[in-house]
Design a protein around this ligand. Structure first.
Ligand code: LLP
Length: 460
C-alpha cells in the first residue's frame, strides 16, 4: 500500500491508523466525513524544505501557500515551523491576523486585490506585496499617498509577478506560466520592463525582485528552469533594479494514487536550486535569494478524508456504485480537474481487494464521483472509506452545495486527536439567510467589518 505515508499504517485490528489514532475511533468520535491530518508529516515536509535549502547554502525563504488549506491551526503550525505565509485575499489575511502570524512574514498575492484588501495589507504592515498588474500599482501608490501605510516612512517591499511564457506540464486549469494567463506581467511583450519603470517612480515602494509561479502539481524542474532561462535572457533589456529576490512560486506535485510517480521534494527542490544556481553563474549574475511558495507539497499527503458508506447499487455487468456521506462538496477536484484518487477500506484494510467499485458522493449530480475505479474488499453499508492525499485543495475548496454542512477537521499526533475545525451544523448552513417576511430590507452593514474592527483594536 504505497500511499501509506508518514505515520499512517494498518494496526493489529486491520484498521487504518493515522498519528497513532485508529480511523474507526476518529469516525465515532468526530463523525464523517472527516478530514484527518497527520501533523508530524506536515512538519516533516516543511523541515525538508528548510533542510535542503540550508544545505545548499542559498539565501532563501519558504512561504506556505495557505490557499491549499487555510485554517487557524495550520497557520499557527506554519509560524512554529519558521515559514512565511502566502495569502491571496482579505479572508486569508484575516485568518493570518487572528492566528497571530507576524505581518512582516506575510506575502500578499492576488490578481485583483481590492482597494480594501490593499489597505488592510498596508495598515497591518504586510512584509511583501506581490504586485500583479498596472491597476494594482496605481491603487497601491494612491493608498500610500493618502497615508494608509503603517510603516512610518519605510517603503513597502514589492515583488513583481511575471509570466515568463513557459507551459508547465500540468492540467490547463492549474498552469499559470504561459503568456495567455490572467496572472502577472508578461515578460515577452515588455510589460515587466514597464512595470519596473513604474515602480521605480514611486518612492514609497521598494522593488526587491521578481516572482513567477508556472503552475501546480508539477513533477520536474524543466519548466522552472526554462522560465529562469527566459528571465536571464531578458534581464539585459530590463531597467536596472536591485534583484535581491527571485520567488519561484509553488507547484511541487504529489502522488494522489499509486500510479503517480511524484519525485520526493528533495529531488525536485535540488534540481531546481542547482539548475538556477548554474544558470545565474553562466549568465554572470549574482544569485538572488530564492523564495518558494509550496502549498500542496506541505499538506497534501498528510491529509486523509474518512467517509461512511451508505447505499450500494449494483448494475450487473456495468459497475457497483458505493455511495459515501460526502462527495464533491468536500472534494471538487475529481469533478473539476478529472483528478484521480484511491481508497482504502479503513475498518478492514487487510482484507484482499477483490472488487472494483465506483465511489460516488451523495450530491445530486451524476458527475459527483470521487473515484471511478477503486479496488476494495467487499464493501458493506457502514464501512469506512479513507481517501489519502486529500490534504490540499479539498477542504479549502469545499462548499455547502445541496446544503451539506462542511466536515470537521482533526489533527492527529502521538495518539492524540485535536479538533481544529468543528463540523458545521444545519444552523450554520442557514445562518446568513433572511426571511422574505423580514420587515426591513436588510443591508450590507449587517455583515460586520471584522477585519477593520480587528485592525483598529490590534494595530490602530
Ligand atoms: N504560489 C502561487 C502564486 C500560486 O498561485 C499557487 C497556487 C501556489 C503558490 C501554491 O501552489 P502549490 O504548491 O500548491 O502547487 N486548486 C488547484 C490548485 C490551484 C493552485 C493555485 N495556485 C488544485 O486543486 O489542483
Amino acid at each position: 500500500m504505497p500511499l501509506l505515508k508518514g505515520t499512517s499504517h494498518i494496526n493489529d485490528r486491520g484498521v487504518l491508523t493515522i498519528g497513532g489514532v485508529a480511523a474507526d475511533r476518529l469516525a465515532e468520535r468526530f463523525g464523517t466525513p472527516l478530514f484527518v491530518y497527520d501533523e508530524a508529516l506536515i512538519r516533516e515536509r516543511v523541515r525538508t524544505f528548510h533542510r535542503v535549502l540550508q544545505a545548499e547554502g542559498v539565501d532563501y525563504d519558504v512561504a506556505y501557500a495557505c490557499k491549499a488549506f487555510c485554517i487557524r491551526a495550520m497557520v499557527e503550525l506554519a509560524q512554529e515551523e519558521g515559514l512565511s505565509l502566502d495569502v491571496v485575499s482579505g479572508g486569508e489575511l484575516y485568518t493570518a491576523f487572528i492566528s497571530g502570524f507576524p505581518p512582516e512574514r506575510i506575502h500578499f498575492h492576488g490578481n485583483n486585490k481590492s482597494v480594501e484588501e490593499l489597505e488592510l495589507a498596508l495598515q497591518a504592515g504586510v512584509g511583501t506585496i506581490i504586485v500583479d498588474n498596472f491597476v494594482e500599482l496605481e491603487r497601491l501608490a494612491a493608498l500610500i499617498r493618502e497615508g494608509t501605510c503603517s510603516r512610518q516612512g519605510q517603503p513597502v517591499n514589492v515583488l513583481l509577478r511575471m509570466t515568463p511564457g513557459v507551459h508547465a506540464d500540468t492540467h490547463a486549469y492549474i498552469s499559470t506560466g504561459q503568456e495567455d494567463s490572467k496572472f502577472g506581467f508578461d515578460l515577452g511583450s515588455g510589460q515587466v520592463a514597464e512595470a519596473i519603470r513604474r515602480v521605480q517612480e514611486i518612492p514609497e515602494l521598494r522593488l526587491t525582485g521578481l516572482h513567477m509561479h508556472i503552475g501546480s502539481q508539477i513533477f520536474s524542474a524543466a519548466g522552472y528552469l526554462a522560465a529562469v532561462e527566459r528571465l536571464l535572457g531578458a534581464l539585459p533589456s530590463l531597467p536596472q533594479f536591485s534583484f535581491d529576490v527571485l520567488n519561484l512560486g509553488g507547484g511541487f506535485g504529489i502522488a494522489h494514487t499509486e500510479a503517480e510517480d511524484a519525485p520526493p521534494i528533495e529531488t525536485l527542490l535540488l534540481d531546481i536550486v542547482r539548475g538556477v544556481k548554474a544558470r545565474f553563474a553562466d549568465a554572470g549574475y549574482a544569485l538572488p535569494a530564492l523564495w518558494f511558495e509550496p502549498g500542496r507539497s506541505i499538506v497534501g499527503e498528510a491529509g486523509w478524508t474518512l467517509y461512511r458508506v451508505g447505499s450500494i447499487k449494483d448494475l450487473p455487468g456495468v459497475r457497483r456504485y458505493v455511495a459515501v456521506d460526502g462527495g464533491m462538496s468536500d472534494n471538487i477536484r475529481p469533478a473539476l480537474y478529472g483528478a484521480r484518487y484511491t481508497a482504502l477500506l479503513a475498518n478492514r484494510a487487510r482484507e484482499a481487494a477483490t472488487e472494483t467499485v465506483t465511489v460516488a458522493g451523495k450530491l445530486c449530480e451524476s458527475g459527483d464521483v470521487l473515484i471511478e475505479a477503486a479496488d476494495l474488499p467487499p464493501v458493506r453499508p457502514g464501512d469506512l472509506i479513507a481517501v489519502p492525499a486529500t490534504g490540499a485543495y479539498a477542504f479549502a475548496m469545499s462548499s455547502n452545495y445541496n446544503r451539506l454542512p462542511r466536515p470537521a477537521v482533526v489533527f492527529v499526533r502521538n495518539g492524540k486527536a485535536r479538533l481544529v475545525v468543528r463540523r458545521e451544523t444545519y444552523a450554520d448552513v442557514v445562518r446568513f439567510d433572511r426571511s422574505l417576511s423580514a420587515d426591513d430590507e436588510g443591508s450590507e452593514d449587517e455583515a460586520s467589518d471584522d477585519v477593520g474592527a480587528f485592525l483598529k483594536g490590534e494595530w490602530g
